[in-house]
Design a protein around this ligand. Structure first.
Ligand code: URA
Length: 187
């Protein structure tokens, strides 16, 4: 039986597949356009996201919105999600078993969306989606072609909060992402 977006949202809303279900306030399902060709995948909801049940509504979200705006990308034309749907206490890195427990949701999101481009935001997403030994410092902005989808990674917006000079690096990665998107659209 084919699951729908609604089914996945219901599963996520009531998920108890890992212990984060006991500490979360609200799970955070991906949000955006279900016909989007561009999917952004980050790490896990932060504290603000946990309060509101929405991705990227805190300080990282402000940076992300500024970036998207510079490229004329609206949140409602792309799709944004996380590897984990629940907030890890203290914003610690997701544990292996949490990532594995949550992965079926991301798989369904990707299967239903069928994006042409996936952008991993940060090391944790890049290592889960692209390659376990992915080095964000050396390999951000590089492309991997997988089936019908091009994959790339750039720094997480929180890395920009810690080191504002990374904004320009992320911007140059997004120049290429937008170019790739335009090329794919014209073919
Ligand atoms: N950081 C993430 O990785 N995801 C969010 O949704 C918010 C902050």
């Amino acid at each position: 039986m084919q699951l729908t977006w609604n089914d996945i949202e219901q599963h996520v809303a009531t998920c108890t597949r890992c212990p984060l279900s006991q500490t979360r306030n609200l799970p955070v399902m991906g949000r955006g356009n279900h016909q989007a060709d561009l999917m952004l995948i980050a790490e896990a909801p932060g504290g603000q996201e946990d309060q509101q049940g929405l991705p990227f509504v805190g300080r990282s979200g402000e940076i992300l919105d500024r970036l998207l705006q510079e490229f004329g990308l609206a949140r409602n034309e792309i799709y944004i999600t996380n590897i984990l749907k629940c907030h890890p206490p203290g914003n610690r890195d997701p544990k292996g078993e949490e990532k594995e427990a949550c992965f079926p949701y991301l798989k369904y999101e990707t299967y239903l969306l069928k994006p042409k481009i996936i952008v991993c935001l940060g090391r944790v997403a890049a290592q889960r989606i692209i390659s376990p030994d992915f080095k964000i410092t050396r390999q951000h902005g590089t492309w991997i072609d997988r089936k019908d989808c091009a994959l790339t990674a750039t720094y997480h917006p929180s890395a920009i909060l810690r080191d504002p000079s990374k904004y320009e690096i992320v911007k140059s990665d997004f120049v290429e992402i937008v170019k790739k998107r335009n090329n794919l659209r014209n073919h």
